[in-house]
Design a protein around this ligand. Structure first.
Ligand code: SF4
Length: 485
């Protein structure tokens, strides 16, 4: 089925598309501007009629029609929001779907709550304002509020406190939903030694900058990919470099996102412990074997349980488990079974993501989500929001991604004291994070609240072969760090 978005006399394309995708996810729309026409079966027209100063929306969707016209407000930003509202109402009218996050398309609902609270609004006033403006459901507002109140207690305040991110972009195989730059170990084998050598060099450079500008590393996060996809010796080399060149004496947490069960061995876990990392992730995504197979993860649910128990036996007392709601072929019953089994394992935190259909994932090309499936995914996230708090896990970070099924959210739940600072910081944009490795970025938060990003190259071969060029960019990083002095 073809879908066209037609824009006439306005440039609100980005926001209009975002609203349309709430109701019609996973679709590549044909985009037509001004006088372009379309023969698509489904058409959504948004228009500014300048002679009469009117906004107009006309929708033909699955054989049904909707039309609305209203006087345009004065300011351009107001007009944009107004047109989005008119489209939202039209699509809601035709589909009967009530999006739980309403019109909110941004990725940081918690930030919106924190901003209102810092303006002096009470939690009740905050919820009321956001509800009126974005039509957010009560359940989601409460989730965002609860998360914001917990974060307020955890967030650090000094400009000199930073996070450190180290990227190991390799995985045993590629999952079908993955849009990350991760490379399978088989295809990247020859690159790994040189990649690690360059990565260690970058860590040493960052170590010097951290020392020079008297920065205090509050959190270290080794992510990927799957950091445990490399050998125990290679992992040790990276972690030893961190230990030798970065002062982690005052670090509040040190995470290795071990990730996939098929890469976790006793030898690697011992390296992680010996190098003083105190938090790991063992990420099942699902504990349904048939779903694991369908998404291209070459391990079983039993391997996840075994890896988790091995880590516990070796003394890890801060283990996170990631789940995904809405995986292909998973059902509400399957998700519920997974969630209950995970709770029985008693990890310290559980992160529940909603499936995201990104173009780079093979899944995007294989399937389209239908509106009929969205309520099931919604029920999965609601089950998590009910069962996890009942079992002692509170929501502590929350973010949304584009193209997420049902426009739903990702939520980190943790037992008290096991909230992951890095996860909060990466979403909050209020603390500097230095990144090393390919696809990592450094984000410097300046005293005036402005933010500068310095991006590393995206792919390992580029990172290796253009390393010198990349290190020249470090001058820009240094210039920004100087402003923190
Ligand atoms: S483990 Fe994660 S990073 Fe690796 S392929 Fe799967 S989704 Fe992508």
């Amino acid at each position: 089925m073809n879908y066209a978005l037609i824009f006439k006399n306005h440039d609100f394309e980005y926001e209009i598309q975002a609203v349309a995708k709430i109701f019609i996810p996973g679709i590549r729309f044909q985009l037509c501007r001004n006088f372009e026409t379309s023969d698509a079966e489904n058409q959504i027209l948004t228009e500014y009629i300048s002679e009469q100063n009117l906004l107009h929306v006309k929708i033909f969707l699955h054989g049904k029609t909707y039309s609305d016209t209203a006087p345009a407000k004065t300011e351009k930003a107001e007009q944009e929001f107004q047109l989005c509202q008119m489209l939202y109402q039209g699509l809601q009218n035709l589909t009967g779907y009530q999006p739980p996050w309403g019109m909110l398309t941004g990725i940081r609902p918690v930030r919106k709550v924190l901003d209102k609270l810092s303006q002096g609004l009470t939690p009740e006033q905050t919820c009321q304002e956001l509800q009126q403006k974005y039509l957010i459901s009560d359940k989601k507002l409460q989730l965002a509020l609860h998360t914001a109140l917990l974060q307020k207690e955890i967030l650090p305040h000094s400009m000199k406190e930073i996070g450190l991110y180290i990227s190991i972009p390799f995985c045993p195989t590629r999952c079908s939903y993955c849009s990350f730059v991760s490379h399978s170990i088989e295809s990247a084998k020859s690159l790994i030694p040189e990649y690690i050598q360059k990565l260690c060099e970058e860590i040493r450079i960052l170590g010097k900058l951290i020392q020079k500008y008297h920065l205090s590393v509050q959190s270290v996060y080794i992510g990927g990919g799957t950091p445990t996809a490399v050998s125990a010796e290679q992992l040790k080399e990276i972690m030893q470099t961190i230990r030798n060149h970065i002062d982690i004496a005052h670090t509040r947490e040190y995470t290795v996102e071990a990730g996939r069960a098929d890469t976790i061995t006793e030898e690697k876990l011992l390296v992680i412990r010996e190098m003083n990392a105190d938090r790991i992730s063992v990420n099942p995504q699902t504990l349904q074997d048939s779903v694991l197979q369908k998404i291209g993860r070459c391990h079983t649910a039993q391997q996840v349980t075994d890896a988790f128990q091995l880590a516990r036996k070796l003394g890890f007392d801060n283990i996170n488990m990631d789940l995904i709601a809405g995986l292909p072929s998973d059902t509400y019953e399957g998700f519920s079974d997974t969630l209950r089994k995970v709770i029985d394992l008693n990890p310290d935190s559980v992160t529940v993501h909603t499936l995201t259909l990104k173009r780079a994932g093979t899944l995007y090309h294989d399937m389209n989500y239908q509106n009929t499936e969205i309520p099931v995914v919604e029920k999965m996230t609601e089950l998590s929001a009910a069962l996890l708090p009942e079992s002692g896990y509170q929501p502590y970070y929350l973010y949304r991604q584009k193209n997420t099924v049902g426009n739903l959210e990702n939520v980190g739940y943790a037992k008290t004291g096991k909230e992951n600072l890095y996860n909060i910081l990466i979403m909050d944009d209020r603390q500097t994070i230095l990144g090393a490795g390919c696809a990592a970025s450094s984000k410097i938060i300046l005293p005036d609240g402005n933010l500068t990003r310095v991006m590393n190259y995206k792919f390992p071969y580029e990172y290796i072969h253009r390393f010198e060029e990349l290190m020249n960019k470090k001058q820009l990083l240094e210039n920004e760090l100087e402003k923190l002095a």
